[in-house]
Write a protein that binds this ligand. Structure first.
Ligand code: MG
Length: 369
C-alpha cells in the first residue's frame, strides 16, 4: 500500500453554544481534512483545526505545510514502513505541529486498514470504552453554574471549568460551581495561562482553605513560564497539569527534570501526531506521571485518533478531555469512534474506521474531494 496523493477538504460544524476560554471565543469547528490516497484505492483521513493562539497553526499554514513540505516526502512511501513515514513527517520542517498531526493521523488510519485492525489494537490494545469530561466555558457565574448542573444531568462526572479571566471572580466561579455539584462531579480547573504564579497560589490556597477539592488545575501560568509553573506546583496541594507549556517529548523531559508539574496534557495537535504522543505517554509512564488526553475544538476525525491512543495507553492516560465532538450540533463523521455524551466507544472497524464524512467542502486550489 503506497501513498499516491494527498488531498484536502474543509469541514465546518456549528457548536451548540460558543466556546469561551481566557484566550479566545469560537463559534464553530473548522477543520482542514487531509486525505491520503494510496495505490490500493484505500484512503486515510486526518484533520487539524486552526489554533493560532496555541500552536500558531492556521488553516492556510496547515495546507501549505502539508502541500509543499510534507506531501512531497511521502509520495511513493509504503504504509507498512510506518516509522519511516512518521520520521519523514516530523523532519519535514520545524514547528507546524497541527499539519504534522493531520498527516500522521491519516497515515495511522491507513496502517490500521493495511492490517485490518482498529488502530488501538495495533498500538497495544485495551478496553475500547472511555469516559470524557466536558468543558464549561468561562462566563457569568450564574451561567457557569447552570451549565455545570446541566452537564451533570447529562451524565458527565468530570467538569473542566474554564477560568483565568479575573482572579477574584475565578475564585467565586469555582466556589459556586463546587457548591452546586459537590459529590456529583469532579472539578478540573483550566486557567489557560490567565494567572500569574502568585495569583495562582493565592487562588488555589484560598479554594483549598474553603474546602473546595479540585481534581487538578491546568496551565495556571504563561506557556513559557516553567519556573512559574514549578512555583505553583511546589506551593499547592492541588495537582498541577501542564498544557500549553509542553508540546513534544523534549519539553516533557524538561518539565519532569524541573518537577514543574504533576500531570501532562497530551494533545495530538501539540505533539505533531501519534508517534510523539506515544513517546510522551511512555516517558511519563516511566516517571510515574499521569497524563490527560485532550483535544482542540475539532471534529471527531482527529479526536477519534486521540481516543484510539487513550484506549491503548490507558495505564498512563488516566484522564480524558475529548469533548470536541459532543460540543458540536452534530457529528458529520460516520466512523469507528462513537461519541455519546460522556461515553466514547471504539468499534472494531480497521484504522480509524471512517466510512463517510458529510459536508466536506473544497479548499482553494483543490478539486472537490
Ligand atoms: Mg487546556
Amino acid at each position: 500500500m503506497k501513498i499516491t496523493d494527498i488531498r484536502f477538504g474543509m469541514l465546518r460544524v456549528p457548536l451548540k453554544t460558543p466556546f469561551k476560554t481566557a484566550l479566545r471565543t469560537v463559534e464553530q469547528v473548522e477543520d482542514v481534512v487531509v486525505m491520503v490516497h494510496t495505490d490500493t484505492g484505500q484512503v486515510g483521513y486526518g484533520s487539524a483545526p486552526a489554533t493560532a493562539v496555541i500552536t500558531g497553526d492556521t488553516h492556510g499554514s496547515i495546507v501549505d505545510a502539508v502541500r509543499h513540505y510534507i506531501s512531497p516526502r511521502l509520495i511513493g512511501q509504503d504504509i507498512a514502513n510506518l516509522n519511516r513515514i512518521t520520521h519523514l513527517v516530523q523532519g519535514a520542517m520545524e514547528k507546524n505541529s497541527s499539519a504534522k498531526a493531520a498527516v500522521e493521523i491519516a497515515v495511522h488510519d491507513l496502517w490500521g486498514q493495511l492490517y485490518g485492525a482498529p488502530l488501538y489494537k495495533l498500538l497495544g490494545g485495551g478496553d475500547p470504552v472511555i469516559t470524557t469530561d466536558i468543558t464549561i466555558s468561562v462566563d457569568y457565574i450564574d451561567k457557569m453554574v447552570a451549565d455545570s448542573i446541566a452537564a451533570v444531568e447529562r451524565g458527565f462526572e468530570s467538569l473542566k471549568i474554564k477560568v483565568g479571566k479575573d482572579i477574584g471572580v475565578d475564585i467565586e466561579r469555582t466556589k459556586a460551581i463546587h457548591a452546586a455539584v459537590e459529590g456529583r462531579a469532579l472539578l478540573r480547573l483550566d486557567a489557560n495561562q490567565g494567572w500569574s504564579a502568585k495569583q495562582a497560589v493565592y487562588a488555589l490556597q484560598t479554594l483549598e482553605d474553603a474546602g473546595v477539592k479540585l481534581e487538578l488545575v491546568e496551565q495556571p501560568v504563561k506557556a513559557h513560564d516553567l519556573e512559574g509553573l514549578r512555583y505553583v506546583t511546589e506551593r499547592v496541594h492541588t495537582p498541577v497539569m501542564a498544557d500549553e507549556s509542553v508540546f513534544g517529548p523534549m519539553e516533557v523531559i524538561e518539565l519532569i527534570r524541573m518537577r514543574a508539574a504533576d500531570i501532562v496534557n497530551i494533545k495530538l495537535m501539540k505533539t505533531g501526531g501519534i508517534s510523539n504522543a506515544v513517546r510522551i505517554a511512555d516517558i511519563c509512564g516511566m516517571h510515574g506521571i499521569d497524563c490527560m488526553i485532550g483535544c482542540m475544538l475539532e471534529s471527531s476525525i482527529g479526536v477519534g485518533a486521540a481516543v484510539h491512543l487513550a484506549v491503548a495507553k490507558s495505564d498512563v492516560i488516566t484522564k480524558v478531555d475529548l469533548d470536541g465532538p459532543s460540543l458540536c450540533q452534530f457529528d458529520p463523521v460516520d466512523g469507528g469512534v462513537l461519541f455519546n455524551e460522556s461515553e466514547i466507544t471504539v468499534t472494531d472497524r480497521p484504522g480509524l474506521g471512517i466510512k463517510e464524512i458529510r459536508g466536506l467542502s473544497p479548499i482553494a486550489g483543490e478539486k472537490a474531494a
